[in-house]
Design a protein. Structure first.
Length: 522
C-alpha cells in the first residue's frame, strides 16, 4: 500500500517477477479496494422512501452537509465482504504452525453448543435466578479447570492470557498487602518469557529482575536462588517454557520461591503440552492463567474473543476478583460484591460483567467431548507431532539447545542460515508462497533468529509430512544458493514484501479522498 491506501504494483526489482494482469486479479483471486474506492454516491442497496417533512430538534447540531458515505448495490456489498473473507488465512484453511499460539482445530460441536438459545440469548444483566443453567455450566467448567491443574480455586472472568496474568499478579499483590509486606516490589522473569510477563508486572508497579536461562534453554534453581531476596514478590515462569522445554527444576524453583516468602506465577499458555500428564498445583504453582482459546480449542486470532481463567492456590484463592461463584445454603450464585465476606477478600473486579460466556460453553464442550483420557491423548499427540517435525528437519535446520526432544513445539534458530545472506524473515516469507502461515519468528529472544513451530494435535501425519517436505525443499534451496527465491518472497501473494517498519512507525490509518466528495444534491 502507498500512503493513499492504493495497492502498489508488484516490485520489479527482483529476478523472478510474477505475471501481471490487467485487472490486478490473480487467477481466481480478486483484487479488492476499500469501500470508499469502489462505492459511488449515486448507488444504494436499498430504496428508502423520502421522509415526511419534519422540524429538526437537534438544537442546530444537525448535519450541515453530506458525510460522503459510498453506496454499493447488494451484490457489490456481498462480493466485497466475501472477497475480504477469502483473503483471511485461518486454522480452517490449513496448517497454522504459529508457535506459542496453539492454533488447533475448533470443533464444530463447540460452536453448536454455544449457539443453543439458552446460552446464546442470555443477557449479562438478567437476574441470576433466570440463568441457573449458565451458572451450573460455569461451576462445571471451574471444576474441570481446578481438577486438571490441581489448584484450589479459579477466577473465570479474565478475557485473555495477558488479562489472566494481570488477575493473578493482582491477587499476589493483594495477598502481600494482606501480609503487610509492601516492600516486596520485584518480580523475577526469565529471559525466555513472553513479553506479556514483564509488561504485566510493570503495569501494576513491580520492577522486573531478569533471570538468565541456562545453556540448555531451562531456568536453573540456582539462578533463581541467586536472584531471590526480601524484595521479591513473585516469579513469573512459563512451563513448558517458550523454548518448548519442560522446566526440569520447576519443583526446586517453587520451593526456593516459597522459602523466600514470594509467590509462583506460572504462565500457562503452553498447558496443551501437559494436560492430564502433570498438574501445576503439584509443582508448587500459586497462580496460572489458562488460555481457553489455546488449550481448549475456542477460536482465536481474528476469529473470536479469548478467555484467560486463572487457577489459584489456597494461599491466593481468597483474593480472587469478583464476580466469583459461591455455593452455599442459598444455592449457587455469582457474588458481585467486592467487599470482604467470610473467606473472600476480592482485590476488586476486572470486567464489566462475568467474562466470555460463549468461550466457557465452547471450552466445556471440548472437555466433555474429549473426557479426561481424550485430553491427555491430545497433549500426547501434540508433543508427538512437534517431535515428528523436529526429527524430520533436524538434519537440515539447527536447534539452539541441541537435538533434544521437545514438548508441544519445536524451536529452531538461524545458525543453519549462516553465510547464506538469508535471514529467518526470508524463510517465513517463502513459506507464504508455499501456502502456509509462517511459524512464529524471532521469539523467544533467547534463540538467535528463532523459528518456533507448533503443529498441535489436530494435524494428521499426511499434513505433517507435507509441511516437513515443504520445509526441507526450502532448506535445500537455501543450501543450493537459490537466494532470489527467498529475497523476493512472497512472490505469489496479493501484496509483496511490505515495509513493515514504516507501516509500524508511520501507520496510515485514515483513507483520504483524492478529490473533494460531491455534496448531496437533494
Ligand atoms: C499467548 C501467550 C500469552 C498471552 O495470551 P493472550 O491470550 O494472547 O493474551 C502469554 N504467554 C505466552 C507464553 C503465550 O503464548
Amino acid at each position: 500500500m502507498n500512503s493513499e491506501g492504493r495497492p502498489t504494483a508488484p516490485s520489479q526489482t527482483t529476478g523472478i517477477s510474477p505475471a501481471r494482469t490487467f485487472t490486478a486479479n490473480r487467477a481466481l483471486q480478486q483484487e479488492e479496494g476499500l469501500l470508499f474506492e469502489i462505492g459511488r454516491h449515486d448507488v444504494t442497496g436499498v430504496d428508502l422512501e423520502e421522509p415526511a417533512a419534519f422540524v429538526p430538534r437537534l438544537g442546530g447540531l444537525e448535519r450541515a452537509g453530506a458525510i460522503g458515505l459510498p453506496g454499493l448495490s447488494e451484490p457489490e456489498a456481498m462480493r466485497h465482504y466475501v472477497r475480504l473473507s477469502q483473503k483471511n488465512y485461518g486454522i480452517d484453511s490449513g496448517l497454522f504452525p504459529l508457535g506459542s499460539c496453539t492454533m488447533k482445530h475448533n470443533p464444530r460441536l463447540n460452536e453448536k453448543m454455544a449457539r443453543l438459545p439458552g446460552f446464546a440469548d442470555i443477557h449479562p444483566l438478567q437476574p441470576q435466578s433466570t440463568v441457573p443453567g449458565a451458572l451450573a455450566l460455569m461451576e462445571m467448567l471451574s471444576h474441570w479447570l481446578i481438577e486438571m491443574t490441581g489448584m484450589n480455586a479459579v477466577a473465570l472472568s479474565p478475557k485473555a492470557g495477558a488479562h489472566g496474568e494481570l488477575c493473578g499478579m493482582m491477587a499476589i499483590k493483594a495477598a502481600l498487602a494482606a501480609r503487610g509486606e509492601h516492600e516486596r516490589q520485584v518480580v523475577l522473569v526469565p529471559d525466555s518469557a513472553h513479553g506479556t510477563n514483564p509488561a504485566t508486572a510493570a503495569l501494576i508497579g513491580f520492577s522486573v529482575r531478569s533471570v538468565p536461562a541456562g545453556a540448555d534453554g531451562m531456568v536453573r534453581a540456582d539462578a533463581v536462588k541467586a536472584a531471590l531476596d526480601g524484595d521479591v514478590a513473585a516469579i513469573m515462569l512459563t512451563n513448558p517454557n517458550t523454548c518448548g522445554l519442560f522446566e526440569a527444576e520447576i519443583v526446586a524453583i517453587a520451593a526456593a520461591v516459597h522459602e523466600a516468602g514470594a509467590y509462583f506465577y506460572c504462565d500457562g499458555a503452553n498447558f496443551n503440552a501437559i494436560v492430564g500428564k502433570a498438574r501445576p498445583g503439584d509443582l508448587g504453582v500459586d497462580a496460572m492463567h489458562i488460555n481457553l482459546h489455546k488449550t481448549f480449542s475456542t477460536p482465536h486470532g481474528g476469529g473470536g474473543p479469548g478467555a484467560g481463567p486463572v487457577v489459584l492456590s489456597a494461599a491466593l484463592a481468597p483474593f480472587a476478583p469478583a464476580p466469583y461463584l459461591l455455593r452455599d445454603g442459598r444455592g449457587l450464585r455469582l457474588v458481585e460484591d467486592t467487599a470482604r465476606d467470610g473467606d473472600h477478600a476480592p482485590f476488586g473486579r476486572l470486567t464489566a460483567f462475568h467474562g466470555q460466556m460463549g468461550m466457557y460453553v465452547r471450552a466445556l464442550s471440548y472437555m466433555l467431548s474429549h473426557g479426561a483420557n481424550g485430553m491427555k491423548q491430545a497433549s500426547e499427540d501434540a508433543v508427538l507431532n512437534a517431535n515428528y517435525i523436529r526429527a524430520g528437519l533436524s538434519d537440515l535446520l539447527t536447534q539452539p539447545f541441541g537435538d533434544q526432544p521437545c514438548m508441544h513445539e519445536v524451536l529452531f534458530d538461524d545458525a543453519w542460515l549462516k553465510g547464506t545472506g538469508l535471514t529467518t524473515l526470508d524463510i517465513a516469507k517463502a513459506l507464504i508462497d508455499e501456502g502456509y502461515h509462517p511459524m512464529t519468528i524471532y521469539f523467544p529472544l533467547v534463540a538467535h533468529g528463532a523459528m518456533l513451530i507448533e503443529p498441535t494435535e489436530s494435524e494428521s501425519k499426511l499434513s505433517l509430512d507435507l509441511f516437513i517436505a515443504t520445509m526441507r525443499d526450502l532448506a535445500l534451496a537455501v543450501r543450493a544458493g537459490e537466494k532470489e527465491r527467498f529475497l523476493s518472497a512472497p512472490r505469489l501473494s496479493p501484496r509483496r514484501r511490505l515495509d513493515e517498519t514504516r507501516a509500524a512507525r508511520q501507520p496510515v490509518l485514515r483513507w483520504k479522498p483524492r478529490a473533494p466528495l460531491p455534496r448531496d444534491t437533494d
